[in-house]
Design a protein around this ligand. Structure first.
Ligand code: ADP
Ligand code: UDP
Length: 240
């Protein structure tokens, strides 16, 4: 499958058209950004690690019967995926409280909430991806209530699958962000990457951060942490 036109360049990936109008090639680069692009760096091999990590996670989700955009991994930086119209919502799942929620509500990081917390952000860089609710999402025309029902049902299944998968790797899935899109048939499928760039992952024994907080908080050791996550997932997928 050949790459044709560059359709979109984002902060960490580029999307290309292919010979097939229903398929795109997603290329993972090494850029790291935080704070809506205010902090930027290039971290050697991050794209290669995230491509491999996302591959294992999407293979597990496809096997669990979740409809996703993922088709196959083409090389160390590229995946072939179903082309979708991205729903401009970031769906955030919090199994533990951390990051912006801890800060905004004055709750200690790591606190276990009584139930899983779901948030929506409007995917709009100019507005800084603001936190919104379901009514806002419908008012903005991002999704219908019926589509949101599907999104939440899929999100719950994705969280259960990922929480179990990471637990098998001695990793706590603290929180994560996912995106959905509409495919050519109008069906909602999971899209975009799932990697330590989009999840908070803590070592279950030491609570060490194995995710992008190493970059956001200037902790160093990002590549080693992502490599560690990849090796644990590889060992898991060989056992599965
Ligand atoms: P951002 O746009 O936030 O800077 P990236 O650098 O990750 O993010 O760019 C990748 C873009 O590709 C994202 O906007 C994402 O929504 C979009 N995308 C992911 N999967 C697909 C897909 N299957 N079809 C079309 N677009 C996709
Ligand atoms: N997240 C993401 N992209 C975003 C915002 C958040 O992937 O644009 C992920 C982030 O990595 C974390 C979760 O969503 O795993 C919750 O992020 P939070 O709201 O705490 O925001 P942050 O700390 O990134 O400001």
């Amino acid at each position: 499958m050949d790459k044709k036109d560059l359709l979109y360049t984002g902060k960490a990936k580029a999307v290309y058209s292919t010979d097939d109008p229903n398929l795109v090639i997603i290329h993972y680069n090494d850029d790291a950004t935080a704070g809506n692009g205010e902090k930027h760096d290039v971290i050697d091999n991050k794209g290669i690690l995230n491509n491999q990590i996302t591959t294992i996670i999407y293979q597990a989700l496809n096997e669990a019967g979740i409809a996703t955009h993922y088709r196959e991994t083409l090389n160390e930086r590229e995946q072939l995926c179903e082309k979708v119209e991205i729903i401009p919502l970031e769906v955030i799942v919090r199994n533990r409280i951390a990051g912006s929620m801890a800060k905004r509500l004055g709750i200690e990081e790591g606190t276990l909430p009584p139930n899983v917390i779901y948030e929506l952000c409007y995917k709009n860089d100019a507005l800084g991806d603001p936190l919104i609710n379901d009514d806002h999402a419908v008012t903005l025309g991002a999704a219908s209530y019926e589509e949101l029902d599907v999104v939440y049902e899929m999100t719950d299944k994705i969280n259960q699958t990922l929480d179990n998968l990471f637990a098998d790797c001695s990793i706590i899935l603290v929180d994560f962000k996912i995106e959905f899109g509409r495919n050519a048939q109008g069906n909602i499928v999971l899209a975009d990457e799932i990697s330590p760039d989009t999840c908070r992952l803590w070592d279950a024994d030491t609570q060490e951060k194995l995710d992008k907080d190493r970059f956001r908080r200037d902790l160093g050791g990002l590549t080693n942490a992502y490599q560690d996550v990849l090796e644990r997932l590889q060992a898991w997928s060989e056992m599965a």
